[in-house]
Write a protein that binds this ligand. Structure first.
Ligand SMILES: Nc1ncnc2c1ncn2[C@@H]1O[C@H](COP(=O)(O)OP(=O)(O)O)[C@@H](O)[C@H]1O
Ligand SMILES: [Mg+2]
Length: 1046
């Protein structure tokens, strides 16, 4: 909502406007009657109205009530720019306007969050309908609209031409007189956006369908249809473009009116029907119904041969059955007969001429009246808030109700309809009195505000006269309608006279005398309404109240092809035996409901005044206006207003709304409410004459005081919003944080719980394992049993795992993990297997030469292992095939040896048996003997077969002695040799000569045969270096070099 012009400063502005208004007062009068100096003078009041009217200022306030005088001409004050000017601007800032009331009501709706209503009253032709249209236009133009209701704006506006076409007519009072009552709820959501509308309609003046007073017309739609419809459509509806041809349209002798353009209006209505969501078929149906009403009017009856009543206009009858979509014969029967149920039996009796005409008219009225109600229902559907239909959003939406109901009217002849209309106006006046004059004054008294009561006429007495139970007018009418015997309008009049005679507001010819008696006809009664005296013709009251439509006619229409008629006439109604409520009672009840609706809302008033009866612009008929001012109670209204206070509020509500404007009351006032309000207004700087504190309410005299306060609130709002936002955000973040924190704690505890449970489980398992382990350890030497099972398994497993990691990689690697006692045997097996395995692998890898080498080494091992000191050193040195190359061998020697190939040769030192002279020789080995060679000479040949043995010392010398037999002289005896490769030589020789077991390793000395019977001895000692010398006893002394221990 925008608040324009506030920057100037509310008070200053108001001051300015009021002053300028005052200076112009002589010319344009005052814009609020409250400012009238002589406020008790009716003449001054009317003069003010007149002055303003002459200046085309048709609106004037009495406080917050808007008085509007019909200008009967178009004024340039309803443009969009004007609407903008009044938006968000307070009442008193700018000249009075219907838009100001609209806007004020809208703002009250938004700020106070209470349903509002605008009551527009005034007599027929005073401008009520125009005012309500202006208000609706204002809302649909200026208010935001709900997103899903974009068509609502147009629908709201276009609902009016549709309803006016079907529900308005030209009367003597008004060329566009509403012949139905209309209460419309305009719905807003909590943001103030338009979200829908809903219309309640009240008693349509159906009689007009069949009869019009002189100078009046039927409902507009008939003329519009005949004037505007395309020829095709007319043909289809079997109509002619001539209103004079239709009996229902000629009664008033006034089918054309200069102020009305039926042709254009027809276009508007067609367009409006489309916009308000009527489908093509529905419009077609609707027009069929309208056309059928016209044909009904032209249906004539005559007397048949046997005196029975019959339809004489066959074509009309045919059109009718076609347009109504009913069976022709059935319709004919129903129009000329009636069905009676007596003692449970159905009887058909023929109608006489008058009865047939009445039945026809009743049908026309019923069809038209119900179609009008259907039309309203249809419009309501199109205005309905979509969500309303699914899930009600009542809680958040609020409404502004617009009441535009038929105004008080007096004609030459007044009938049941006028009675209802005027009764309705009595009720509205009563409401106005209740809410403004009475309650306001009562309020001052009950609140203890000093007060001089203002006298006013309370029309409750007239309302009671009409509606009181048992004794009231309507009760008497209803009673007469159901009375057995021959009730008639006259008998009803008599009953009225009996019952109401003597009532100050009821007069008849019989009851009165003198002048009055002349003025009231014999078949009339007079009611003294708040707005004037009205003579009602009693004839027709009973029929109209009964609103009778014969059951057989209803039955026929129930079977119609027309969707509309089928919806309007339901089967249940025909079968229902209960007597329907009379028209007057229905109307009374619906008015009571309407009063409840209006009472539940905060009202604003627009009081419309008609300046003249001739519908002429610029004419101000003082007498007529004075009369209206009087009966509308405007003077009393002004007096109460002037003496009273413009605004009152319960302390609680006032404090609640404005408490933010005073530090002592914000955010909450602790203590009595009255004290709180007093503190607040003091802080706001109210002067004593500006306000009064009652028992429960504060009364503020001038609107501008409140206006200034509102301004202050408006200025305060942003900072309030800010602090609300801040604390809300704070709260939101805090609660978000708390939620997250809580969630974190839950997750943490769940996680910790799980972790702990897992750890506890693991610990338990570990403890079990350890326990098993210890028990197993204790029982480890027992047979496998449950106690040691785990331990043993573990032991086996860990041993096997250790083994896998530490398996010896070569045959020489003798390492092997120590097995647990229980696995000693298995370990041995495994070890052996591993060894075999390695050996197999090793063997598979071995080459033939190497095999030979190994065989030799095995032999060497066999002979020397642990026997000879330098054996270990010899082990890694490889044996060679021969220590002599072929070129080292003498050719002669080779020739001598002939076929005996030298398999091995080695240079040696031979020591003579006697004298131990050292001589270099070659020792050659063949396959069957060994020879010692010196140069080209074979010195000694030793057959392997004769070789007795071989001796070596245990030390690290290179001596070897070949023992050969000495019996034979020719043969030389044992040979003493020294060689660097003693292990290799001895191994090869022992192998070739097959003397492996004949090698003797001596400890200290070797004895050998020098010659037969004579022995030589070689003594071996250890020393630092090899030394060979001759000993004292002829022994050969050999000092073997000491080897460093490995
Ligand atoms: N504010 C207005 N401006 C111009 N003409 C108006 C205004 N109010 C009423 N009229 C004229 O008076 C006629 C009757 O007004 P209407 O609102 O139909 O009366 P009511 O509903 O009170 O019977 C309208 O048709 C229109 O010609
Ligand atoms: Mg009207």
């Amino acid at each position: 909502m925008r608040y324009r012009g506030r920057e100037v400063g509310g008070e200053g502005r108001v001051q300015l406007i009021m002053e300028s208004t005052l200076t112009a007062r002589d010319r344009v009068g005052v814009q609020d009657f409250v400012l009238l100096e002589n406020y008790t003078s009716e003449a001054a009041f009317i003069e003010n109205l007149r002055r303003r009217f002459k200046e085309n200022l048709i609106y004037t306030y009495i406080g917050s009530v808007l008085v509007s005088v019909n200008p009967y001409k178009h004024l340039e004050i309803y443009s969009k720019a004007h609407m903008e000017r009044y938006r968000g601007v307070s009442f008193y800032e700018i000249s009075p306007h219907i838009y100001a009331v609209s806007d004020n009501t809208y703002r009250a709706l938004r700020t106070e969050r209470k349903d509002q209503c605008i009551l527009i009253s005034g007599e027929s032709g005073a401008g009520k309908t125009e005012a309500s249209k202006k208000i609706l236009q204002y809302y649909s133009t200026t208010c935001p609209i709900s997103d899903n209701m974009s068509t609502l704006r147009d629908r709201l506006l276009q609902s009016t031409p549709v309803l006016e076409a079907f529900g308005n007519a030209k009367t003597l009072k008004n060329d566009n007189s509403s012949r139905f009552g209309k209460y419309m709820d305009v719905k807003f959501d909590f943001r103030g956006a338009l979200i829908g509308g809903h219309i309640l309609n009240y008693l349509l003046e159906k009689t007009r369908v069949v009869h019009q007073n002189h100078g009046e017309r039927n409902f507009h739609i008939f003329y519009q249809l005949l004037e505007g419809a395309e020829p095709d459509l007319l043909t289809k509806l079997c109509l002619e473009r001539n209103a004079l041809k239709y009996q229902y349209l000629v009664k008033g002798c006034c089918s054309r009116v200069s102020s009305i353009n039926d042709k254009n209006d027809w276009k508007t209505v067609r367009k409006a029907l489309e916009i308000t969501g009527f489908h093509e078929e529905e419009v077609e149906d609707l027009l069929n119904v309208i056309a059928s009403v016209l044909h009904l009017g032209n249906l004539q009856f005559g007397e048949g041969e046997d005196g029975e009543t019959e339809i004489t206009t066959e074509p009309q009858h045919n059109y009718l059955s076609k347009l109504l979509g009913v069976d022709g014969a059935d319709l004919k029967d129903a129009l000329t007969h009636k069905k009676l149920t007596a003692k449970g039996e159905e009887m058909i009796s023929p109608l006489n001429f008058e009865q047939a005409v009445a039945a026809r008219d009743a049908l026309a009225k019923a069809v038209y009246g119900r179609t009008f109600t259907w039309l309203v229902a249809k419009i309501n559907q199109s205005l309905a808030f979509k969500d309303d239909m699914h899930n009600s959003s009542k809680g958040s939406s609020s409404v502004i109700g617009l009441l535009d109901i038929y105004g008080f009217e007096v004609f030459q002849h007044n009938s049941f309809e006028q009675f209802c209309i005027n009764y309705c106006n009595e009720k509205l006046q009563q409401l106005f009195i209740e809410l403004t004059l009475k309650s306001e004054q009562e309020d001052y008294e009950s609140e203890g505000i000093s007060w001089e009561p203002v006298k006013y006429f309370d029309n409750k007495i007239i309302c009671d006269l009409v509606e009181e139970k048992h004794k009231g007018f309507i009760s008497i009418l209803d009673e007469e309608c159901v009375r057995p015997g021959q009730p008639s309008d006259i008998s009803f009049l008599e009953k009225l006279e009996d019952t109401l005679g003597g009532h100050a507001h009821f007069v008849t010819h019989k009851l009165s005398s003198g002048k009055t008696r002349k003025a009231v006809g014999r078949e009339e009664f007079r009611l003294l309404h708040y707005a004037g005296e009205v003579n009602y013709t009693v004839s027709g009251f009973l029929d109209k109240n009964n609103d009778l439509l014969y059951r057989n006619l209803k039955e026929v229409i129930c079977q119609s092809d027309s969707q509309i008629l089928r919806q309007c006439f339901q089967r249940e109604e025909v079968t229902d035996q209960k007597r329907p409520e009379t028209a007057a009672t229905q109307f009374k009840n619906s008015l009571a409901k309407l009063m409840d609706i209006l009472m539940s809302k905060e009202p604003s008033y627009v009081r419309c005044i008609k300046p003249n009866d001739a519908k002429q612009p610029g004419r101000f008929d003082e007498a007529l206006v004075r009369h209206q001012v009087k009966y509308l109670g405007l003077m009393e209204n002004l007096r109460v207003r002037r003496a009273g206070f413009a605004y009152r509020r319960h302390y609680q509500a006032f404090l609640q709304r404005y408490k933010s404007l005073c530090p002592s009351t914000w955010p909450n006032w602790q203590g009595p409410l009255a004290d709180g309000v007093a503190t607040l207004v003091q802080h706001l700087g109210y002067t004593p004459e500006e306000y009064k504190l009652g028992r429960t309410k504060i009364f503020i005299r001038y609107p501008k005081t409140l206006f200034t306060t509102e301004d202050a609130l408006e200025a305060r709002r942003p900072s309030l919003a800010l602090s609300l936002q801040t604390s809300w955000r704070g709260y939101r973040e805090r609660s978000k944080y708390q939620r997250i924190r809580h969630a974190v704690i839950v997750i943490q505890s769940a996680w910790r719980g799980m972790k702990s449970r897992r750890r506890a489980r693991r610990r338990r398992q570990a403890a079990n394992i350890i326990r098993n382990f210890i028990r197993g350890f204790i029982y480890r030497h027992y047979e496998r049993c449950p106690e040691n099972q785990y331990f043993l398994d573990h032991q086996r497993f860990s041993f096997l795992m250790t083994l896998v990691r530490n398996l010896p990689k070569s045959v020489l690697d003798k390492s092997w993990p120590v097995p647990p006692p229980s696995l000693t045997e298995a370990s041995e097996h495994l070890r052996r297997m591993r060894m075999q395995d390695m050996m197999r692998a090793y063997c598979r890898r071995i080459q033939p030469e190497w095999k030979k080498q190994m065989e030799q080494k095995v032999v060497a091992s066999h002979i020397f292992n642990d026997q000879k000191e330098n054996y270990p050193q010899s082990v890694p040195r490889l044996f060679v095939a021969s220590r002599l190359n072929s070129e080292d061998l003498n050719l002669k020697v080779i020739q001598t040896l002939g076929s005996d190939k030298v398999k091995y040769g080695v240079p040696v030192t031979k020591y003579d048996r006697r004298g131990y002279k050292a001589r270099p020789r070659q020792l050659l080995l063949t396959s069957s003997f060994a020879v010692l060679v010196a140069e080209a000479k074979l010195k000694q040949k030793i057959e392997y077969a004769t070789l007795r043995g071989i001796s070596v010392s245990s030390l690290s010398d290179g001596f070897l002695v070949l023992h050969v037999p000495s019996e034979d002289n020719k043969q030389k005896s044992d040979v003493v040799l020294q060689c660097d490769h003693v292990i290799e030589v001895v191994t090869k020789l022992a192998t070739m000569a097959d003397k492996i077991n004949n090698v003797n390793v001596s400890q200290d000395s070797i004895r050998f045969v020098v010659s037969r019977g004579k022995e030589g001895i070689i003594d071996f000692t250890s020393g630092p270096v090899l030394k060979v010398s001759k000993g004292k006893k002829g022994h050969l002394l050999v000092t073997a070099p000491q080897l460093n221990p490995r």
